[in-house]
Design a protein around this ligand. Structure first.
Ligand SMILES: Cc1ncc(COP(=O)(O)O)c(C=O)c1O
Length: 530
């Protein structure tokens, strides 16, 4: 999840009232607006944001500083931000060694930190960790956190040796090498398991979800001979130019950022439709220039937006009508359970991708495809000569399929993505959900708790969201988001930095979840002025 989820807290209160940053501080909405241009490629259908406007009447998709929800009983926005700032300052004061380390790091790393995600906390200074194990992380200042963030998904089955895939990889590495440029027994087993669990017959390996998605789009273009891809508005699929775009208003297409790093015009290669709106999708597909739709089964990256009944069936029917392929990206929604959200909803695309946690946080991602697509790939390599050119890496790179990633994938599929493991997690999750709902009732708070397998989200509006702007409003950017995050972080709970999500590992105990409920009780009490 990327844009919009990038909210941050500034320590100056003037800045705190305009808290939405897109792709990091410094890139404000204004700079994105500057990059937008009218496009014949974007849908001209109006987006239905009426549900969203109920809670944020001033909501304007071109200016996300307006998204703060207006809720009965909640204390004023300025007060929420002042309390948030107090907790943020306290937390920052307790993490001075981290601060010094980031300063030292700035000499040799652009952000003072080595990974891009590691800078995405958007806090006044960043944290450095000393170690992590199970569901706990200790930072260099010696503070131990209960970890509900888990690296923003990769380690959602637990850090370190308590995770069977990590443990088995560590053992394997002592006796086996990493990169033979050959397949092995594990690679056959993972392809069989992936086919069994997620329904598609043929599979390949990548090192990140972004790459898996990139390769899918390349294959879809090759397969169909079409230039464009289509995405729902407000979606995130990784570091791919064509998917890092959105439509701030009908007929206008913009990039998430204006870094000037892509060579094509903003309207090249991408068409945008509205989630849950088949009319807008048909408009986008009708000229038969779209090779592939890329979307999540449930939108998870700008706050959650659920599919309405009939949406997925309608998408499939339109794909068949216009000869467009369909890819479900389950990098987040895999949390639903052992067969992912596609298994849960009983839907099937032509491609399926997943990264982050699919190998228990060991770098790795997969993409599956239908037999027909796989056969054409094989045919076009061997008989037509496409995709040859040894070493040119059309669909991957040297580390794809490495021994360790594939082994981690196998163990995750065999020992973690199982009904038994998820039965325990689900029990724990439903207890947490009811305890959080009880807190909401206690303070008459108009908030909602939702779950997606081992993900739990707290939303600051009472209704379920079916469009992503509504989804964004429920995150409560501009006060409620800031309060809940800085309060939780300052009380030694790592929750996801972009929005209101916590993840439950098999290692979270009753004591851990009770500690979270106590913090949630404080957050709700404060927000409701009690
Ligand atoms: C749905 C989805 N797809 C792809 C990605 C990209 O993952 P990665 O950064 O591992 O490439 C993300 C990351 O948040 C995601 O949420």
């Amino acid at each position: 999840m990327k844009i919009g989820r990038r909210s941050f807290i500034k320590t100056s209160s003037a800045a705190a009232l305009t808290p939405i940053a897109l792709m990091g501080s410094g890139n404000t909405w204004a700079s994105i607006k500057g990059h937008s241009m009218p496009s014949p490629m974007a849908t001209s259908k109006a987006f239905d944001y009426s549900a969203a406007r109920k809670w944020a009447p001033r909501a304007d998709a071109t200016d996300l500083t307006t998204v703060f929800p207006e809720l009965p009983g909640v204390i004023p926005q300025e007060e929420l931000l002042a309390i948030a700032e107090r907790h943020m300052t306290e937390w920052m004061d307790k993490t001075k060694i981290s601060k010094a380390m980031q300063e030292r790091g700035k000499k040799h790393m652009p952000f003072g930190i080595i990974g891009t995600y590691q800078k995405d906390w958007e806090t006044p200074h960043l944290l450095f960790s000393k170690n992590s194990m199970g569901n706990k992380v200790t930072d260099v200042d010696g503070i131990e956190y209960l970890d509900f963030n888990l690296g923003d998904t990769p380690d959602m089955y637990g850090h370190g040796g308590v995770n069977p895939a990590v443990k088995s990889c560590a053992d394997l590495l002592l006796k086996d090498g990493l990169s033979t440029m050959m397949g092995n027994e594990d690679s056959l087993v993972v392809a069989e398991l992936l086919a069994e669990k997620f329904g598609l017959s043929h599979w390949m390996h990548a090192l990140s979800a972004s790459d898996a998605n990139r390769y899918v789009l390349a294959i879809a273009r090759h397969h169909t001979g079409r230039p464009n891809i289509a995405i729902p508005n407000w979606t995130y699929h990784g570091t791919i130019d064509e998917t890092q775009k959105f439509a701030p208003k009908p007929g206008v297409i913009s990039r998430f950022h204006d870094l000037g790093i892509y060579h094509g015009e903003v309207d090249q290669g991408t068409k945008i439709f509205s989630w849950n709106n088949l009319e807008s999708l048909e408009e986008v597909l009708a000229d038969r220039s779209v090779a592939c739709i890329m979307m999540e089964p449930v939108m998870s990256n700008f706050g959650w937006a659920w599919p309405k009944p009939g949406w997925h069936e309608g998408v499939k029917a339109l794909c068949e009508k216009y000869g467009t392929l369909l890819c479900y990206d389950e990098t987040h929604t895999i949390s639903q359970g052992p067969n992912g959200m596609v298994g849960h909803l009983g839907i099937q695309g032509d491609f399926w991708t997943c990264g982050k946690c699919i190998s228990s946080g060991i770098p790795g991602a997969v993409y599956g495809m239908t037999e027909e697509i796989a056969h054409k790939l094989y045919h076009d390599q061997h008989e037509v000569g496409f995709f040859t050119g040894a070493g040119l890496g059309f669909l991957g790179n040297a580390l794809c399929g490495n021994t360790m990633s594939i082994h981690a994938l196998r163990i995750t599929l065999e020992q973690v993505l199982t009904e038994e493991v998820f039965a325990d997690i689900n029990r724990n999750v439903s207890e947490i959900k009811s305890a959080m709902e009880q807190v909401n009732r206690k303070y008459k708070a108009p908030f909602r708790i939702e779950t997606m397998g081992n993900r739990i989200c707290y939303h600051f509006i009472p209704e379920q969201a079916f469009d992503p702007l509504h989804g964004l409003i429920q995150v409560g950017f501009g006060g409620l988001f800031e309060l809940s995050h800085s309060y939780a972080w300052n009380h030694n709970m790592l929750i996801m930095p972009y929005f209101n999500m916590i993840m439950i590992t098999p290692q979270h105990t009753k004591k851990d979840t009770q500690a979270w409920i106590t913090v949630w009780d404080d957050i709700v009490r404060i927000a409701m002025g009690q």
